[in-house]
Design a protein around this ligand. Structure first.
Ligand SMILES: [Zn+2]
Length: 116
């Protein structure tokens, strides 16, 4: 009897990292202790952070070739920066500062910033 109730939705269950109770994979939080579900909540912010990190590293190391602009979809600006060596580095520096302040957007208008 107890067995059946536990096995019904095994596929949709995972175990809370904090209290060890079974919770739904799709739950945002553990119903038992309230801890955020790591599988659910980290996914989005992690990809955003990775993209932010990649963009800022590309800008820092390859910015004068406009690589960070290609990476974020601004192909035309990327080509111009490539030809002008990032506006002699000044344009790259400005882009780097905009990135740091979280005001840089990709070609779809999505902001590229760290989720802190
Ligand atoms: Zn829990």
């Amino acid at each position: 009897m107890e067995e059946t109730s536990n096995k019904i939705s095994d596929a949709n269950l995972m175990y809370c990292t904090d209290c060890g109770k079974a919770i739904s994979k799709n739950a945002e939080f553990c119903v038992n202790c309230g801890a955020p579900n790591p599988k659910k909540s980290n996914k989005n912010s992690q990809t955003t952070n990775n993209r932010f990190l990649s963009t800022i590293l590309l800008c820092w190391f390859l910015g004068i070739f406009g690589i960070h602009r290609f990476y974020t979809g601004h192909t035309t600006i990327g080509v111009i920066q490539l030809l002008t060596l990032g506006g002699c580095g000044i344009w790259t520096l400005i882009d780097f500062i905009i990135l740091l302040t979280g005001n840089f957007k990709d070609s779809n208008g999505n902001p590229i910033k760290a989720n802190m």
